[in-house]
Design a protein around this ligand. Sequence first.
Ligand code: NAD
Length: 458
Amino acid sequence: MSQTNKASAIRDKSDKYTEFVSRGFGRDLAKRLGLPQPAVLRRYSPNAPLVEGPILVVGQGAGADGVARVLLDWHQDVRRHATPKEKLGAIVVVLDALEHPEQLSDPMLTIGAALRDLNRNARIVSISRPALDSDAPALAAARNGVDGIIRSVAKELRAGATANGVLLANGIAADAPSAMSALRFFLSGRSAFVDGQFLTASADGAATGTDWARPLDGSVAVVTGAARGIGAAIARTLARDGATVIAVDVPAAGDHLAAVANSIRGTALQLDVTAPDAGARILEHAISRHGRLDIVVHNAGITRDKLLANMDAARWDSVIAVNIASQLRMNEAFLASSSFAGNARIISVSSTSGIAGNRGQSNYAASKAGVIGMVRSTAKLMAERGGTVNAVAPGFIETDMTAKIPFATREVARRLNSLQQGGRPGDVAEAIAYFAQPAAAGVTANVLRVCGQNLVGQ
Ligand code: NAD
C-alpha cells in the first residue's frame, strides 16, 4: 500500500470508531461501557456556512457593537439577546472593556444559560485583552480570568463544540481586521480541532476586500516535507485557498512528491532541508519558476525517540538538524533576500511535545520548543519587512508518524483531549492556511495548538 493510502486507511479506521459510537446501537454500547464518544467534527468547505445557526453576541459597548456589525457584514444571523429555546450556532462574548473580576458574572451567566441551546459543533469565542505585568492587580485578574473561563468551558462542551479566544494587544479595537480574522477562523470549520486556545491580534492588519473563498490567490508558497502526511495536506489546503505551491521533500520520496505537486498544479523540488544551500535553492526555484515567494511553511520533521539515558549522537543530532537547525539556516537565506518581502509569511510546525514535554522525546522536544523560541524571536525581523511568523503546535494527528506508536499508547494519546479523537492532517493545514491569509497580517508570534485541547500542557 502506498504511504498516502496507508495514511488515509489509518484515518478511516479512527473515523469508523467515531461513526460507530455516534448513533444507534454503537452509541448505547459506548455509553454503557463508558467508552469515549467523539463527535464527527464540522470541517471547513468553501461552500459551507461559516457557522450553523444564529450567532449570539454577548457584551455591551462599542467593542460588542463593532463585532456585531462585522458579523452582519459577513451575512451572519446576529442576536444581541438570547431567545429561550432558539438553537445557536455560536456565542461571541466581547469583554474588551473588562476592569474587575466582578464584571465577569453577568456575561458568563448569560452564556451559561444559552449553552443549553447550542447546536452540534457550535462555537464559543471570547474577545478580550491579555493581562499585562503593568496592569493594576484587579485589571490583570479580570483579564486573566477569561483565560481560565475559556479553557474550562472548552472542557465542558460536547458534540464537537469548541471554545477559543481572541486577545487584543494594546490599542487594538475589538473589531480590528486582525482580530476579526481570528474570530472568523475560530467560528469556521477551519478550527475544528482547535479547542481551548487563544490567538493574539497585535496589529490592526489590513483586510479590506478579502476573498474568503480564495484568500491566497496570486501568492506562491513553499511547503517542506510535502510528500505525505501533514505536509501533503498543507500543500493541498494552500492550493485550495488559491496559492501556487512548491512541494519540497527528500529525493527518496520523489514519486509521492510528484503526485502531490501534480494533483494541485504546483511544482516539486527534491531537496533535503538540511542541505547548507536549501534556502538558496528554494528561492532560486520559486523566483525562476513562479516569479516570487510569499509563504514559507517549515513542516519537514522526524522523530528518533529514546529515553535520554539511552540516547546516542545519531538520534539526537539528526532530529536537531532536520527539525530546527535547517529552519534557522533557511530563514537566514529568506530574510536576506529582497524577493521575500512585503506581505511575507513564515509558518513553522512545532508540537505539543515542545510545550508540555514527552517521555522519550527530549531530542524532539528540544527541536520543537526551539521552533517556538525561533518564531518569537523572528517576529521583529519579519515585522520590519511587513510580514509575520507564527507556529502551529499539533497534538495527536493521524499520520504515518503516529501510526508507528504502539497500539495501546496510541489509543490513549488519541483520546486524551477534549474532543476525544485524533486530529486530521487537514486540521493542522487549516491553521497554517489561516496564518498565511492577508487578513491575518496583524497576527504574529503566535503559537497555536491544534490538539483538541490535549490534556497535557496548557
Ligand atoms: P511524516 O513522517 O508523515 O511526514 C514528514 C515528511 O517530511 C516526510 O514526507 C519526509 O520525507 C519529510 N522529511 C523528513 N526529513 C526531511 C528532510 N531532511 N528534508 C525534506 N523533507 C524531509 O510526518 P507528519 O506526521 O506528517 O509530520 C509533519 C510535521 O508535523 C513534523 O514536523 C512533525 O514533527 C509535526 N508533528 C506531527 C504530529 C503528529 O501527530 N503526526 C504531531 C506534532 C507535530
